[in-house]
Design a protein around this ligand. Structure first.
Ligand code: NAD
Length: 260
């Protein structure tokens, strides 16, 4: 049902973003992926997306900490693939440390990648969506856009901020065929989660198993990691006409984390 539409997904060379890209391509959307990683693996994903959609797929290496690169990415997408109908702000990084020891460069990078990049992408694509009278903006939040956990001050602040930004844009375009929503997953098994295990082991003095069972899944009532495919399916639903009344929402998909 997305044939003829174009989706731009930040941070989609891996994890949840890769899941969004595949699910949207499977519905026929041309897709621009973005992020870092092994060039061979990225090219494999890009060609997989082309065969899934039967439409184009492009890769941009734009760094979400660099506003001029973000604007260039949106322009390249419009020029070479099509104007952006579906924007997914998904790029994210994590750093785990007590706030009084939190490195300034990590603080700034998290704010730029999670929060500020969404402003720059949204600003770049919104005029075209308004002109065409249709658009879907999906921001990846987190249970940490609603509640906090210790040692993640930058991440929690940036995720609360993107949820607030999302609501604001939703209100501004509520009568123009454009919906803006946040999807807030609980712990999902991706490289981002795997990567924070060593730091959490160090900060809390725990073994790998203890971090997984007693920290990561401790607050997740389902005691199961969320699956990437489940999150991607929700994003696909938000693109449907049936979802046109869902806007300004921050939808949890977290095994019950934020019900507590
Ligand atoms: P991931 O590490 O697998 O993917 C992150 C993506 O962002 C990668 O493609 C990476 O290359 C890209 N990226 C990082 N820095 C970038 C930069 N400067 N410019 C452009 N791209 C950059 O992580 P993931 O778990 O799939 O996370 C995706 C999103 O989901 C993030 O916003 C994350 O906060 C959120 N999230 C994840 C979980 C989880 O449990 N995994 C839970 C809630 C929310």
């Amino acid at each position: 049902f997305l044939k003829g539409k174009t989706a731009l997904i930040t941070g989609s060379t891996s994890g949840i973003g890769g899941g969004y890209a595949k699910a949207l391509a499977a519905e026929g959307a041309a897709v621009m992926i973005n992020g870092f990683g092994d060039s061979g693996e990225i090219e494999t994903l890009r060609t997989e997306l082309e065969s899934l959609s039967g439409a184009g797929a492009l890769y941009s290496d734009a760094d979400m900490t660099k506003p001029e690169q973000i604007r260039a990415m949106a322009e390249q997408c419009a020029d070479e693939l099509g104007p952006v109908d579906i924007l997914v702000n998904n790029a994210g990084i994590q750093h785990v440390a007590p706030v009084d020891e939190f490195p300034e460069d990590k603080w700034n990078a998290i704010m730029d990648i999670i929060m500020n990049s969404a402003f720059h992408t949204t600003k770049a694509v919104l005029p075209g969506m308004k002109e065409r009278g249709w658009g879907r903006i999906i921001n990846t939040g987190s249970m940490h856009s609603k509640v906090a956990s210790p040692f993640k001050s930058a991440y929690n602040a940036a995720k609360h901020a993107i949820a607030g930004f999302s609501k604001t844009v939703a209100l501004e375009v509520a009568q123009q065929g454009i919906t803006v929503n946040t999807i807030s997953p609980g712990y999902t098994w991706t490289p981002l989660i795997e990567g924070q295990i060593p730091d959490t082991m160090k900060v809390r003095g725990l073994s790998r198993e203890e971090v997984i069972n007693d920290v990561l899944l401790a607050g997740q009532p389902s005691k199961e990691f969320v699956q990437i495919d489940q999150i991607a399916a929700l994003a696909v639903f938000l693109c449907k006409d049936e979802a046109s009344a869902i806007t300004g929402a921050n939808i949890s998909i977290d095994g019950g984390w934020t019900a507590q």
